[in-house]
Structures are given as structure tokens and as C-alpha cells.
Ligand binder design. Sequence first.
Ligand code: DC
Length: 224
Amino acid sequence: MSFIIAIDGPAGSGKGTIASFIAEKLGFLNVDTGAMYRSVTLAVLRNNIDMNDKEKIIELAKTLQIDLKNIDGSIHAFLNGEDVSNEIRTPKVNASVSIVAAIKEVREIMVEHQRALAKDHDIVMEGRDIGTVVFPNANIKLYLEASAEERAQRRYKQNLEKGLEVPYEEVLESIKNRDKIDSTRADSPLRVPEDAVIVDTNGWLPEDARKNIYKLIDDLMGEN
Ligand code: DC
């Protein structure tokens, strides 16, 4: 049986950074499930499919090959063999990904893929429904929290580092909008798994995150 660490939380709560620290420490496979939903969304946009056309989106999602690969310590997303890691972070994808991720059949395809990854790997997986739906029996569940303003500030800085100039107000608006859609959708809404450890990441810098999370993981692994 694989060892599974599930990390959930809203956009910008630190899931990506924390998952990569844990994966590095334990040598686990790191799976960013948001990148999978983003890759489907990019494919929908590229194919000029209307965001209201559920049937066409589902049909397309069934045909896509989505892979995640760790390259020099960061996760790259591949859509039908093409590295789309930068393109899946653009405002256009941000604006539509919650719509695509709310489609039940798209989620079923992604969840099946996510579970298959854990068949032969110890895994740290981050998303919105990992501890609630994908792996309800995960060995460790973390739920990360931070204020919308703090999360927007982080995304704003990450964008600048990648050369994307998106105004802070726009980033904040987009985060609030996605929070709302992700937590109110009918299928697998974002919520705190019952048995999760809640981690408040407000004010954490990446160096605090590494130290704090290693301590927490050491404590929790001791209990497992
Ligand atoms: O973590 P992120 O911002 O890259 O996620 C992008 C979107 O995908 C987010 O708006 C919600 C959705 N998502 C989801 O519904 N379920 C997951 N397991 C991961 C992400």
C-alpha cells in the first residue's frame, strides 16, 4: 500500500510550495491536481469550445493525455506531450478553470487518473477534494488556510517572477471568484476534510513554510 499525504485548500494557500517541500523531504511523487484541471481548460480554450457546452468539454476531456513530470524540482504539466506549464497559469485559464472543474464527468476522469498514480508510488497530492473524495483514507491530510488578500499577494508575486503582469486587484478578484465557485459547486466542493490537520499559513515566508511543515510532518509520521 502506498503512503498518501493529501493537501487541500483554496488558491494561493501555499499547497504547491508545501507539497514540493514534503515531496523533496520524503522522496514522494508530487501531484498538482490543479495543473490537471488547468490543462483540460487550456485544451477547451484552444479548441474554441464554448464554456457552456458541457458535452463537448467532456468529449474532449476523454481524449486528452495529461502527464505531470518533475523537472529540476518543479512540476511540469504536459498536454498531449507538449509542455504547457506556463500557458496553464495565464489569466484566461484562471478565468475558466473553475467552470471546467465543476463538471462531474471531467472530475471523474481526473480522479481516476489521480488514483492510478498512487498505485505504485508514495504520493503527496494537492488540490481541493483530495482528502474528501480522491483519497478519503489518506495517511495524512492537511488543509491549508490563508486570507484572500495574503493569497492574492502571493499569486501576484509569483506572476511577476514568471514575467506575467496582472494587477493585484485583478488577482484578488479572480481568487475570490474561484473560491466562491470551488466551494459552492455541487460536485466535490472545496471543504475541510473531517480528519484534516488545519494549517494556517498567513504570514509564512517560503523558509518558514519549510521549517514548519517539516516539523509537522515529522510529528504526524510518528503517529502513523
Ligand atoms: O490549485 P489551482 O489554483 O491550480 O487549481 C485550479 C482550479 O482547479 C481551481 O479553481 C479548482 C480546480 N481544482 C479542483 O476543482 N479540484 C482539484 N483537486 C484541484 C483543482
